[in-house]
Design a protein around this ligand. Structure first.
Ligand code: IMP
Length: 201
């Protein structure tokens, strides 16, 4: 199998920087979709993070014949039946600002306290190999929905995601701190270990 280059199916520069940092010691080049010359968008119409990540990785692997990684992530709020879940980016519409989405979640949790506000960020990384094998790894970051929006870093739902063990909101973490703790960092590090085993086999 060709291991000199793997493609990470994303157009997001922040995610690329993170995966390149984590995969550095694997000794492979990580290409973005753009660098691989791919412009198609794969529809994410699955009902689980695993389904969506696998769908994306397989579609790009079939186009390129390379090892392809893809991710899917989102926020699960237990008191809201794990919403917004796989619909996190689409929650209330793609064009709705995260300030409005975050305020809506805070309103929907009114009257709930402490553990009743439990939530987690989930990330699934899928790898599709040219020989047809598919692997997935999953990372989570556990926390609670806070009572306000706080912090200037991060993106999306970070300003309402409170980390009780660290005593701060996710948007108050620096990028380095977030990568250490985050669902995506955890799933990527697990995937790196899986790829190492395959590469050495
Ligand atoms: P996707 O995995 O790029 O499709 O993103 C899913 C959505 O989940 C994002 O658009 C955000 O709304 C949310 N999300 C995923 N990870 C994070 C995070 O680390 N912080 C804040 N929001 C996140």
């Amino acid at each position: 199998m060709q291991w000199d280059t793997i493609i990470f199916a994303t157009g997001n520069e922040g995610k690329l920087r993170e995966i390149r940092m984590i995969m550095e010691d694997l000794g492979v080049r990580v290409q973005s979709l753009k660098e691989a010359g791919i412009t198609i968008e794969v529809e994410e119409n699955g009902t689980t993070f695993e389904e969506n990540a696998v769908m994306k990785a397989k579609a790009i692997m079939e186009l390129t014949g390379q090892v392809v990684l893809a991710d899917d992530s989102g926020l699960e709020v237990d008191a809201l039946n794990k919403e917004p879940g796989v619909y996190s980016a689409r929650y209330m519409g793609y064009d709705t600002s995260y300030h409005v989405k975050n305020q809506t979640i805070l309103e929907r949790l009114e009257g709930k306290t402490g553990e009743e506000r439990s939530a987690r960020f989930v990330c699934v990384i899928a790898a599709a190999l040219p020989d047809g094998r598919v692997l997935t790894t999953r990372g989570t970051m556990e926390g609670q929905i806070g009572y306000e929006e706080k912090g200037e870093h991060g993106f999306g739902y970070d300003p309402i995601f409170y980390l009780p063990d660290d005593g701060c909101y996710s948007a108050e973490l620096s990028l380095e701190q977030k990568n250490q703790l985050s669902h995506r960092g955890k799933a990527l590090r697990l995937m790196k270990e899986e790829l190492k085993k395959l590469k050495e086999a």
